[in-house]
Design a protein around this ligand. Structure first.
Ligand code: 0A1
Ligand code: ZN
Length: 879
């Protein structure tokens, strides 16, 4: 059962606030010791508010100085302040100005919510509920106000003073202080407020919008890192142009600023006109950043920029609607990357991420709908379900409505809801109206948790030339949702004939079939195609058109046929994965693979590698077996991660060792002297070459260990160096320890973002001794336990990428992580809660591991005084 506590917030309880803040005049006086915040809030009663209705403002860790209304100080009895609120007992029933003065202490703010210091810089993070840690406010997304912000700070330590909107005044404030005044003309919720004060370098550029307006662009960063911001700037300009082309959306202010900071709980934040970024998603240079980093920067820069329309201009009415902005914006950033790079490669990568991050969430104790109906702690709902499944839901809408229909709906959404805080219902309504369709059943995707299982069987009748597909969908119960209903599944498909080309048919009965798509909206359907001259192989769920897990019951021969002939690249890739998965799962269940079946897969891999029509990036993805976690999830219960690891390793060897020569030749042919470039073709080339290296090392090919060491030493960019290092450490080659030491000494020691790579590699080694090594890192007095990037690289990698050591049968991994969570919870509850989510696999493990996990989680529960973030995850994990 879902846990319910006195702090549980329910969607059904949503009510408009009795008052609204229409404008906020904020005056910050920043000093080394503390920050004084004076707020003048212009407030009005909402229609229907009765006289005498108290005004309750949110607050958190604020030291209240004074309170006044319309300039007159309030007597003590006229207001009350406690740990979470300021109540004005009887506010006037007309427009008035509430003036408060509070003091906050950014330097001691290790939660990194509200105003805090990162390095020497003062910066803010307000989503979801951080603004209340800056001043008393109606800290809810449906209160839109215009902000004017005056910042006064010491000139020497904070020469740069930034906030949202436009700079309207600046000058000297005496005593070594200076000031700046910023005004944002667009009404916004408090979660989009931002302020930065620090000694920062910057790069500048400009973008001219389609309608000819010049926008000044700047990226601020630590001095000396300016030249590492160029890729981010390039990505920003391409994002701005793309949103105009693809969605007709122009930027609306004259300034767009980005600031990179080193201490940040998430990736980045879309504050109006002043995005704040985790610096790992800004800084890139070939010697320190990998292709994956370049990719992440381009994606997240685009994501935050796209929020300007989907999130800022149109925001969420309440936090239950989070996926209104997040699912839609992830969809938009995925489309951007698809248009800029390779669409099939992007689709495969996104599905790999979905399966690795969202499916386990949906199938475990933390499952929740994309639009949840209750929460204890909203920060625990910035999840793969809200983001990635949210994007899949939008993608299905686009698939069902077609490109033009989807665009019509989006246009209506922008036209109708600009300047509003709105809901999923309103979002769906514009698509229904613009396309004259009923989306009532489709809405269930937002309300129902769990990954539907789509089972397929088929038959062919040669006499009548009919082909029949039987489709069945089922979703398992999830916490709080024992009953599930049928969803609308758009299943893109084709029937492939014996010569490898797509077949047509003359008639269809029994289902909703639209050209290349079956729409299944019932629990099951039997669809018969007539006029089919020979037995086809069905290619189903092309492009992964719905986020389901599919049992297709195809034979290995049919899967390999698809791997060779399917014109949908996604399903070609999927077919190879399915063959590998089938062999691995059967072997773990006790049915070893036959020589013939492994040989057939090996052959298919060889053909993939040799193909002159497939591109390198696609080949790199195709030449792989499903990850251990993916295999475990397919098995679903009584998992023994050691056995999964062992069997996968043996299968990898059996499939790839016979290709040693082909792999080596291809590897050598892909070597390049060209200078590093982050374009799709160069990235694809490196990814295939590094994939081959990893396969050669993992399948014990002769000379591979030395080749990895050679690539490591001779690498001219971080992509190649890190790939050689992790190929060696994952297989724990005789060189691995030495290479790890070298990487630390020569690359990681002086660059925190490179150190993160070393931490992640170190924590992912699937060998005994790793826990002791991580403990030693944490025990080093120089290790910054307040920095989320460092902690996540170490502990996130351990819990998510090292199943054999995290889920050790003796429970040592679980105990270690539980102790870590208890300790870090006191410093940064968001980081602690996120690391704790790694335990979500525990119900699927075998008995002894389940018992060990329960003991560790139970021990954490008895610790007492856990943060709300961690207590919420823990309660759901154990429910
Ligand atoms: N809206 C941001 C995500 C975000 C959420 C919370 C944060 O701080 C605790 C920071 C960022 C995005 O989608 O990028
Ligand atoms: Zn977002």
């Amino acid at each position: 059962m879902r846990t319910e506590t006195e702090q549980t917030i329910y969607l059904k309880d949503y009510a408009v606030s009795p008052y609204r803040i229409v404008s906020a005049d904020l005056d910050f006086k920043i000093t080394e010791a503390d920050t004084r915040v004076r707020a003048q809030l212009t407030i009005e009663p909402n229609p229907g508010t009765a006289a005498g209705t108290p005004l309750v403002l949110d607050g958190d860790e604020l030291a209240l100085g004074s309170v006044a209304i319309d300039g007159a100080p309030l007597v003590q009895s006229a207001y009350a302040a406690d740990a979470t609120s300021l109540t004005i007992v009887e506010p006037p029933l007309r427009r008035f100005v509430l003036e408060t003065e509070v003091t906050i202490k950014p330097a001691g703010n290790t939660k990194l919510m509200g105003l805090y210091r990162s390095g020497g810089t003062w910066c803010t993070q307000c989503e979801a509920e951080g603004f209340r840690r800056i001043t008393y406010y109606l800290d809810r997304p449906d209160n839109l106000a215009v902000f004017k912000v005056r910042i006064t700070a010491p000139q020497a330590v904070a020469p740069v003073l930034l906030s949202n909107g436009n700079l309207i005044e600046q000058g000297d404030a005496g005593d070594g202080m200076h000031f700046a005044v910023w005004e944002d003309p667009f009404p916004k919720p408090s979660y989009l407020f931002a302020l930065v004060a620090g000694d920062l370098g910057s790069i500048t550029d400009s973008f001219t919008t389609a309608s000819g307006r010049k926008v000044d662009l700047a990226i601020y960063c630590t001095h000396g890192k300016e030249d590492q911001c160029l890729w981010a700037m390039d990505s920003l300009k391409r994002s701005m142009a793309w949103d105009e082309r693809r969605f007709g959306r122009e930027y609306d202010l004259d300034i767009f600023n980005i600031v990179a900071v080193s201490d940040f709980n998430f990736g980045a934040m879309e504050n109006k006109g002043l995005n704040i970024f985790n610096d790992k998603l800004v800084f890139a240079q070939p010697e320190t950043a990998t292709d994956a980093d370049y990719d992440g920067i381009e994606r997240v820069i685009a994501h935050e920029y796209f929020h300007n329309w989907t999130g800022n201009r149109i925001t969420c009415r309440d936090w239950f609607q989070l996926c209104l902005k997040e699912g839609l914006t992830v969809y938009r950033d995925q489309e951007f990357t698809s248009d800029e790079r390779s669409r099939p490669v992007k689709r495969i990568s996104d599905v790999v991420t979905l399966r690795a991050a969202q499916f386990p969430e949906d199938g475990g104790p933390l499952a929740h709908p994309a639009r949840p109906s209750q929460y204890d702690e909203i920060n625990n709902f910035y999840t793969a379900t809200v983001y990635n499944k949210g994007a899949e839901i939008v993608r299905m809408l686009a698939t069902l409505l077609g490109e033009a229909g989807f665009r019509k709906g989006m246009d209506l959404y922008f036209e109708r809801h600009d300047g509003e805080a709105t809901t999923i219902e309103a979002f769906l309504a514009v698509f229904a109206e613009a396309n004259d369709v009923d989306l009532e059943q489709f809405k269930t995707w937002y309300l129902q948790a769990g990954t539907p299982r789509l089972s397929v069987s088929d038959s062919y009748d040669a006499a009548s030339q009919t082909y029949t597909l039987n489709l069945k969908q089922e979703t398992q119960p999830t916490p709080g949702q024992p009953e599930k209903s049928a969803l609308v599944l758009p299943i893109k498909f084709a029937l492939i004939g014996p010569n490898g080309s797509e077949m047509s048919w003359t008639g269809v009965t029994g289902g909703d079939v639209r050209q290349d798509m079956i729409v299944l909206d019932a629990a099951s359907a039997t669809i018969t195609f007539s006029g089919v001259p020979s037995k086809p192989v069905p290619s189903l769920l092309r492009e992964f058109s719905a986020p389901v897990s599919m049992d297709s019951a195809l034979s290995q021969a049919d899967q390999l046929f698809l791997a060779q002939h399917d014109s949908d690249p996604f399903n070609r890739w999927q077919a190879l994965q399915d063959v590998g998965m089938g062999l691995a799962v059967a072997a773990i269940d006790g049915t070893p693979w036959s020589d013939a079946s492994v040989k057939a897969l090996s052959q298919a891999m060889a053909e993939t590698l040799a193909s002159d029509t497939l591109d390198d990036a696609f080949k790199a993805l195709a030449l792989s077996l499903p990850a251990e976690a993916q295999i475990s999830r397919t098995i679903g219960k009584e998992i023994d991660p050691d056995r999964v690891h062992k069997v996968r390793k043996e299968l990898l060897k059996a499939v790839f060792a016979p290709l040693a020569l082909e792999m080596l030749n291809a590897y050598l042919a892909l070597s390049s002297e060209a200078p590093y470039a982050p374009d799709a073709a160069s990235t694809g080339r490196r990814s295939l070459r590094n994939r081959l290296l990893a396969l050669m090392v993992a399948s014990d090919c002769a000379g591979a260990v030395g080749l990895a060491a050679q690539q490591y030493a001779g690498a001219r960019n971080m992509t190649d160096r890190l790939a050689a290092l992790s190929a060696s450490t994952l297989a724990w080659t005789p060189d691995a320890a030495k290479l790890l030491g070298d990487f630390h000494a020569n690359f990681a020691a002086n660059d925190p973002l490179v150190l993160d790579k070393w931490l992640a590699v170190t924590a992912s080694v699937p060998e005994d001794g790793v826990i002791e090594r991580i403990q030693a890192v944490l025990a080093d007095p120089g290790f910054p336990k307040t920095n989320p990037n460092r902690l996540r690289s170490l502990m996130g990698s351990f819990t998510l990428n090292n199943p054999t050591q995290f889920a050790r049968a003796d429970g040592a991994g679980f105990r270690f992580v539980a102790d870590f969570v208890a300790e870090v919870d006191k410093i940064n509850p968001q980081v602690a809660a996120r690391v704790l989510t790694g335990f979500r696999i525990w119900p699927m493990l075998d008995q002894s591991r389940r018992d060990a996990a329960k003991v560790a989680l139970g021990g954490l529960q008895t610790k007492g005084s856990l943060s709300r973030n961690t207590a919420d995850i823990l309660a759901r994990m154990l429910a």
